[in-house]
Ligand binder design. Structure first.
Ligand code: IPM
Ligand code: MG
Length: 360
């Protein structure tokens, strides 16, 4: 099959980790007889440096025209980088939010899995890590606080900032349907996370999730308050299968979930619209402190490329092969610095890519 992949390497460790994911895609194409072509696009800080804005309209159009988008990471050090002297809507993150919105990528899938080989890197107590976990965080990605009206102004001589949290029932329904569909292919359990004891948007969220749940009698579901969920993730992560939640809660909970997998460098993600199109990126950030040193963990980006093969190209065998190749690299003891433990083999970002490619 011929496919055109738009590639946004981005900032910080982005170029290094995406280069490894492309190495894996090329190896997969070679092995399974496909042809992937890439078009490199600029977004984030690198786009600010070249174009003066984090995302141009032309980049949006070119991303739309591709079969899928593979992304690294964007942004820099928020205290020292000149990008953060710009107005908020000109900063690197604004480009990412605009791209998500323009491509209608409302469903963000963030799988958090504890690999048995990485139990030592898991910061939880041994008896909790021993049970392992395998959850899919389904984060709504184009609504809520991220996209509501906001302003900062003086009211009666007092500086006042307002952010607005809005959800309509259609936005809630489409992500809930996705979550239940995915649960059907997994362990058939949905935990919908909200703050219904305080927020109106959460009360509507609950009502709509209950309506959707009626169409899925085979899936068990529960509601959980977000503060409780934050606790349960460290107390008993094995209880979760699909975690369905709104944009901001999903941002926070997915970082927490990634940390208990041992490293944020392990967490892949897919952002999907209502077609086969998607944007695939690691959940972690641009890690400016280790950028350019060939130290970053490319596994999250490689696993994101596997999700791209599975969700956008319907290439299940190919995606399985990539995931198995990552498993084997970990079983064989290869580790980047973030997941290193005694007796393992420390490798660089590019060496990890080589090892995984050789396993395909
Ligand atoms: C993420 C990131 C982004 C978000 C930032 C970079 C805007 O933290 O993808 O989780 O908050 O969505
Ligand atoms: Mg985040």
């Amino acid at each position: 099959m011929n496919k055109n992949i738009a590639v946004i390497k981005g900032d910080g460790i982005g170029p290094e980790i995406v280069t490894e994911a492309m190495k894996i895609l090329d190896r997969t194409a070679e092995k399974f007889g496909h042809c992937f072509s890439y078009e490199q696009l600029l977004m984030g800080g690198c786009s600010i440096d070249v174009n003066g804005v984090p995302l141009t309209d032309e980049t949006i159009e070119r991303a739309k025209a591709a079969d899928a988008v593979l992304m690294g990471s964007i942004g820099g050090n928020t205290s020292t980088s000149p990008w953060y002297k710009l107005p908020a809507d000109k900063r690197p993150e604004a480009g990412l939010l605009k791209l998500r919105k323009s491509l209608n990528l409302f469903a963000n899938l963030r799988p958090a899995v504890l690999y048995s080989e990485l139990k030592d890197a898991c910061p939880l107590k041994a008896e909790i890590a021993e049970k392992g976990f395998d959850m899919m965080i389904m984060r709504e990605l184009t609504g809520g606080l991220y996209f509501g009206a906001r302003e900062t102004r003086e009211i009666d001589g007092v500086m006042t900032a307002v952010d607005t949290l809005t959800y309509n029932e259609n936005e809630i329904r489409r992500i809930a349907v996705r979550a239940f569909d995915i649960a059907m292919k997994r362990r058939k359990k949905v935990t919908s996370v909200d703050k219904a004891n305080v927020l109106d948007s959460s009360r509507l969220w609950r009502k709509v999730v209950e309506e959707v749940a009626r169409d899925y009698p085979g899936v068990s579901y529960e509601h959980m308050l977000v503060d409780n969920c934050a606790m349960q993730l460290v107390k008993d992560p094995a209880q979760f299968d699909v975690v369905l939640t709104e944009n901001m809660f999903g941002d926070i909970l997915s970082d927490e979930a990634s940390m208990i997998t041992g490293s944020i460098g392990m967490l892949a993600s897919a952002s999907l619209n209502d077609t086969k199109f998607g944007l695939y990126e690691p959940s972690g950030g641009s890690a400016p402190d280790i950028a350019g040193q060939n130290k970053a963990n490319p596994i999250a980006t490689i696993l994101s490329a596997a999700m791209l093969l599975r969700f956008s190209f319907d290439m299940d065998k190919e995606a399985d092969a990539v995931e198995a190749a990552v498993d084997k690299a970990l079983k064989d003891g290869y580790r980047t610095g973030d997941i290193m433990s005694d007796g393992m083999k420390l490798v660089s970002c590019s060496e990890m890519g080589d090892v995984i490619a050789a396993n395909i």
